[in-house]
Design a protein around this ligand. Structure first.
Ligand code: ADP
Length: 384
């Protein structure tokens, strides 16, 4: 059923054509939607599942205009975008979901930290500088226990742009180097008990559907494994849900919002947000009634959200990252219960090539089979 105040937008345009757009494409037709992607080449991951491809870069205004002219609403596969260009689409009447104002929370880590801190949300102690001689820098570093985490404010993903210097000398050198090309986020290095992610969908009328909380495991900054249910105490599950609802209404996003939290002795601390389907929500394809991809499309097209109730007791998703040599997709799929998602990318060591999800009643068996399949497929990441 269509949302009463918003016309349904059936032709969806996606900026970017990676695996997220590809998995949106898997859902679009069942929802009666068409999908056009902005891709840099016809060999990109989403090209095989979408209806149409517009060739061009995500930061090319002419390409963005060409995509917008073909569709009813524009959405995103990644946040490596130029917000001024997205605003210019909005200014000429293109419907963009999530909006440029909402996307700023995902694109710009400094904007996110400042606004969340102002709203009283839990974030690490932080400082943003654009020069090494900022007089706040040394006092800020002096009050921390040990060296900070140093991050580029824009453009980072999968741990790229996140640095863990080991000495004051390294910290200052790093900040100096990074400040030469933009703002630098410096924050306290937290002792993490674990990391969890809360994915939700928000519709154009502000209604929200929460997915269950999951535990995520990172290796070298890249997500390796996602486990449902989250391996944390019940009160943290409730806390994550409450914080996520607060964040969603603060950002006023439409579509999927994923919030990554650090679990610390002091409770949950926000790491970052993504305003698109997220790696921590891939398990929802098999594990819930409406996948995050379907709900993203429903939300951005102006439809009501689908049911996010889990269909299983346990789910484990393992990312497949290219190892030293290609593995076997056929053998990986032969592992009982393994749902293997291949992203159609050429093999390269270190490249995210696909993922495997196993759902079931027995947590250990689900975990073992997901890793067995991913290993056969050729993942190089380490098991937890
Ligand atoms: P990206 O934006 O590239 O995904 P993140 O900011 O999520 O990078 O950081 C990647 C990983 O680095 C996190 O998942 C976490 O494991 C670790 N990390 C980031 N910030 C901190 C911090 N302040 N304290 C401790 N660990 C951190």
């Amino acid at each position: 059923m269509s949302n009463a105040t918003q016309p349904s937008r059936r032709a969806i345009g996606v900026v970017g054509a990676g695996q997220l757009a590809r998995m949106m494409g898997d859902e679009a037709h069942a929802l009666g939607l068409s999908l056009t992607v902005l891709a840099t080449g016809i060999d990109e991951s989403a090209a095989t599942t979408c209806d149409e491809v517009v060739l061009g870069a995500a930061k090319d205004q002419t390409a963005l205009d060409a995509l917008s002219d073909l569709v009813d609403v524009v959405t995103f596969d990644h946040e490596l975008i130029d917000l001024d260009q997205i605003e210019s689409l909005e200014n000429r009447g293109v419907v963009v979901r999530p909006s440029a104002a909402a996307l700023r929370f995902a694109v710009d880590k400094a904007h996110q930290r400042h606004h969340f801190a102002e709203a009283g949300l839990p974030v690490p102690r932080f400082l943003v500088v654009d020069a090494i001689d900022d007089i706040r820098l040394i006092p800020f570093l002096d009050q921390l226990d040990g060296e900070p985490v140093v991050k580029t404010v824009t453009g980072g993903y999968d741990g790229r742009g996140v640095h863990f210097p080991e000495s004051r000398q390294d910290t200052l050198k790093l900040i100096g180097d990074l400040a030469a090309s933009g703002h630098v986020l410096i924050e306290e290095r937290l002792e993490l008990e674990s990391e969890v992610a809360q994915v939700l969908a928000r519709a154009t009328d502000g209604s929200v559907a929460l997915y269950p909380l999951v535990t995520t495991l990172q290796d070298d900054g890249m997500c390796v494994e996602v486990v449902y249910p989250a391996q944390v105490a019940r009160h943290l599950v409730d806390e994550a849900a409450a914080l996520a609802e607060q964040i969603a209404s603060l950002i006023e996003c439409v579509g999927i919002l994923a919030i990554e939290f650090f679990v610390t002795a002091k409770g949950l601390i926000i790491n970052e947000v993504a305003l698109r389907p997220h790696n921590s929500g891939h398990w929802t394809i098999e594990g819930t009634s409406t996948s995050q991809f379907a709900n993203h499309l429903r939300a951005v097209s102006g439809e009501e959200l689908g049911d996010t109730t889990p269909l299983c007791a346990n789910a484990v998703m393992v990312n497949v990252v290219g190892s030293d040599r290609p593995g076997s997709l056929i053998d990986a799929s032969a592992v009982p219960g393994a749902h293997v998602h291949d992203y159609g990318k050429s093999w390269r060591p270190g490249r995210k090539l696909g993922h495997v999800t196993v759902v079931g009643d027995d947590a250990t068996s689900v975990h073992v089979r997901a890793w067995e399949s991913a290993r056969v497929y050729g993942t190089r990441t380490r098991e937890a």
